[in-house]
Ligand binder design. Structure first.
Ligand SMILES: *Cc1c(COP(=O)(O)O)cnc(C)c1O
Length: 491
């Protein structure tokens, strides 16, 4: 508050006070927000995993000019809860199995609040030495978990998409910025790569989609053939993007073989581990992801299977200078921010200048609960998926379409012989499973999404919530059997 200046204002409030709140009101608002969130968590399991509304209804509620005069903050927050916050998929619901859900820990949520309140900007060392150092710490944890060499480093990103984009830019730079740069990915790769290719200015027809095998893993022979053909045709292979947990099935490409191939061909080896990467902290996951440590770059999403609020992903590169070369630019207006080599300016490793202090949430939640709790929570997803697969295999009503890989299982309703008859046409099965999915959506508290596996419409569960128990998974499988039986009865 400025008391020594005589401001000419048109209202009683000095300008400096207009966007300010008295400390008591600040505390009250924050306390109320915390109460809303804690209450929500307690009630979550008793509600449906999904809520939403059609555009017309929301337009009516929300589309208006911004008010000229303010209103009580508590009223505004109440309206936000009613008209905005509740109308969304509850990705942290224990029965939310669709897409790749998430379940942030409370210290992680509070860390975002603190980082916003402290108004941190992790752009460079001068502006944020604490947050920059913490980011180095968290990146170093990830490096060790993955088993990458000490030269490796990276940065936290908004998510896996930004990590893919930064990786392709680094790969192209490392390749000497060739004409007709060409990138390879499997038909199971996340669409983030196609988008990254476009943003990076690589021609869309130079993004080569390699077919996958019967287990949704990249076909190595096809890849080798395509690379050879492309070289002969004057294209320049710059990167292979491998899956370490494909989004549809959890499939892991043969990482050691791909590492060998890329090393022999001199092609950058990028591993997209946005969904699956954090499984490395478990023993089983470590085995499954063997070879990931040989990547030139790895993308990870801590806002998926590492229990953080959106947005936090990570890009790790084998040699951190391969990020600093393409992204390090030194405008004169930042000339004061150079602290020398030991003091990285994280903005020089990726596409963002102003950056929130994303490391804080990871660090605070890991410090609070310890790695044993994180490891158990990730293993819980692996266990539940394995049990789901066993349940599906034992069910006379269900068929497994892609076995538990990491924590994803794809399956469908298809009776195994017997009374109802196993000879149902594929189109009929697709139709029937679409109907089952729709009934799960409207009538069951859980949320399941679908995929296409080997041309077949599949129901899909992805289990990455530390609050999800086997009972939650069994409940949705039982509901699927029930809806399936009813749909079959109508055939
Ligand atoms: C989610 C995901 C991405 C994209 O990450 P965002 O954080 O949504 O940008 C990329 N690859 C895989 C395998 C994913 O699961």
């Amino acid at each position: 508050m400025r008391q020594d200046t005589e401001l000419e204002t048109t209202s009683d409030l000095a300008v400096a006070d207009r966007l300010e709140m008295p400390p008591e009101a600040m505390l009250e608002l924050a306390r109320e927000a915390a109460e809303i969130l804690v209450r929500r968590r307690g009630e979550l399991a008793g509600e449906g995993a999904w809520d939403g509304e059609f555009r017309d209804a929301l337009e009516e509620r929300l589309m208006e000019d911004p008010p000229e005069e303010g209103q009580p903050a508590a009223d505004v927050m109440e309206r936000a809860v009613r008209d905005v916050l509740n109308l969304a998929l509850r990705l942290d619901h224990p029965g939310c199995f669709g897409f790749v859900p998430s379940s942030p820990t409370w210290p992680g949520v509070v860390a975002d609040f603190l980082a916003a309140g402290y108004n941190l900007n992790a752009c460079n060392w001068l502006v944020g030495s604490g947050p920059s150092q913490l980011e180095c710490v968290v990146i170093e944890w990830f490096r060790r978990w993955l088993g990458m060499p000490e030269t490796a480093g990276g940065l936290l990103t908004s998510g896996g998409s930004a990590a893919s984009l930064d990786a392709l830019v680094a790969a192209r730079e490392a390749a000497g910025y060739p004409e007709r740069a060409t990138v390879y990915m499997s038909d199971q790769s996340h669409p983030a790569h196609v988008r990254a290719v476009k943003i990076a200015g690589i021609r869309p027809d130079h993004a080569r989609i390699v077919p996958s095998d019967g287990r949704s893993r990249i076909d190595l022979d096809a890849l080798a053939r395509m690379v050879a053909e492309d070289r002969a045709a004057g294209r320049n292979p710059i990167a292979v993007c491998a899956n370490a947990g494909a989004t549809a099935t959890g499939a892991i490409d043969p990482l050691p073989e791909l590492a060998d191939f890329c090393a022999a061909e001199g092609i950058w080896f990028h591993v997209d581990a946005a969904y699956g990467g954090f499984a490395v902290v478990t023993e089983r996951g470590r085995r499954l992801l063997d070879g990931i440590e040989r990547a030139d770059s790895v993308g990870l999403d801590a806002h998926k299977w590492f229990f953080q609020p959106y947005e936090v992903g990570c890009l790790l590169v084998r040699d951190v200078s391969t990020l600093e070369e393409p992204f390090g630019v030194q405008p004169t207006f930042l000339q004061d921010s150079l602290w020398g080599s030991g003091h990285p300016n994280l903005t020089d490793r990726g596409l963002q200048m102003s950056r929130s202090a994303r490391a804080l949430k990871i660090w605070m939640s890991v410090q609070t609960f310890g790695m044993a709790a994180f490891r158990d929570s990730i293993a819980n997803g692996l266990d539940c998926a394995a049990r789901a697969e066993a349940y599906i295999d034992a069910s006379p009503m269900l068929e497994c379409l892609s076995p538990a890989t990491l924590s994803i299982v794809c399956f469908r309703v298809r009776p195994a012989g017997g009374e109802i008859g196993a000879e149902i046409a594929e189109e009929t099965l697709d139709e029937l499973n679409r109907e089952v999915l729709a009934r799960l959506f409207w009538e069951d508290p859980a949320f399941v999404s679908s995929a296409v596996v080997s041309g077949k419409f599949a129901l899909r569960v992805c289990i990455v919530n530390y609050n999800t128990t086997w009972d939650d998974v069994r409940a949705v499988l039982e509901a699927t059997e029930r809806f399936g039986r009813e749909a079959l009865g109508k055939l």
